[in-house]
Design a binder for this molecule. Structure first.
Ligand code: NAD
Length: 284
């Protein structure tokens, strides 16, 4: 058997067209503010891509690029200014920040109505309480969207997530639980990981270990979502050994061209949602 490929690039393109149509009908473009501190090359590329993607669907995106040595207080002041600027609908701070920053304090200083990354405690709390008004982090939303587009109803499926980070594993576990999956979270201390993974109807890997997931880790007919972004000899690859896995899974995402493009799209979706909520008086 050769698995069906879940084409994240195509899915993202279709969703972005729908978002562009919605944006075209708004009186003003939704505005995303991106704060980038320092000169980390990967972060600069990520943020440039976000701006390009936002502008391609008619949104406004401003990158505030600050010096590496910017003091915490100055960054907090900028966030306060953006929080109170009614022309800004979404604010994200590119992580990781340079070491001297207190990242938790920075994240918590973002108005929860503009927290389009969904990293703040308020939105995490709503998500964990199964409150649909939660602004949910983009990558977990991307994974859910891809699963629903591929499988339809996922209620009752056993989902195993490898990784328990605050930006992928944990919020994804809540999201899948809220969508009636039976969820197992595995991590670096998990015992018998291959056996646990092989019991999954839906296997999501978000651990950042290149080609960790082998054929024996996959139940025949399972759906495999690979969130990992790794490099071997400069070449991009996921957490899943794709060539092996595609022989046994029914559906699988590639890396690149899987979860990545959908993540940026979900960030734009969150920004549009924030705009609508702020302008309809649903949220302050
Ligand atoms: P992280 O380092 O914060 O967390 C990794 C998690 O994996 C931890 O919970 C750890 O316990 C677990 N882990 C590590 N090694 C393991 C092992 N050998 N077995 C089982 N579990 C193990 O990483 P993160 O920020 O959650 O990102 C994970 C991966 O996803 C990275 O490769 C990252 O680049 C990628 N990522 C991709 C996107 C996307 O849009 N495609 C978005 C975010 C992150």
């Amino acid at each position: 058997m050769t698995a069906n490929i879940i084409d994240g690039k195509l899915m993202a393109q279709e969703l972005r067209e729908q978002l562009a149509q919605k944006v075209a009908h708004l009186p003003t473009p939704p505005h995303l503010a991106v704060i980038l501190v320092g000169n980390d090359e990967a972060s600069i590329i990520y943020d440039r891509n976000k701006k390009k993607a936002a502008e391609a669907i008619g949104m406004q995106c401003t990158i505030h690029h600050l010096d590496e040595n910017t003091p915490q207080e100055e960054l907090l002041q900028l966030i306060h200014r953006l929080n109170t600027d009614s022309a800004v609908n979404g604010i994200i701070v590119q992580m990781p920040l340079p070491k001297h920053f207190n990242s938790e304090q920075i994240i918590e200083s973002i108005d929860h109505a503009k927290d389009v990354d969904g990293f703040g405690i308020y939105n995490i709390g709503l998500l964990h309480s199964n409150d649909s008004s939660a602004m949910v982090a983009a990558t977990p939303q991307a994974v859910l969207y891809m699963l629903q587009q591929t499988l339809g109803n996922i209620a009752g499926k056993h989902a195993v997530i490898i990784g328990r980070s605050n930006i992928v594993g944990r919020p994804l576990a809540s999201l899948l639980l809220n969508n009636h999956c039976t969820v197992t979270i595995a991590h670096s201390k998990t015992v018998n990981l291959p056996q646990i993974a092989a019991s999954a109807d839906i296997l999501v890997s978000a651990c950042g270990v290149a080609k960790l997931v082998k054929k024996e880790w996959i139940k025949p007919g399972a759906t495999v979502i690979d969130v990992g972004i790794n490099r071997i000899d400069g070449k991009l690859c996921g957490d899943v050994d794709f060539d092996e896995a595609k022989e046994i899974a029914e559906y699988i995402t590639p890396v690149p061209g899987g979860v990545g493009p959908m993540t940026v799209t979900m960030l734009l979706n969150n920004t549009l949602r924030a705009y609508i909520e702020q302008n309809s008086g649903l949220k302050k």
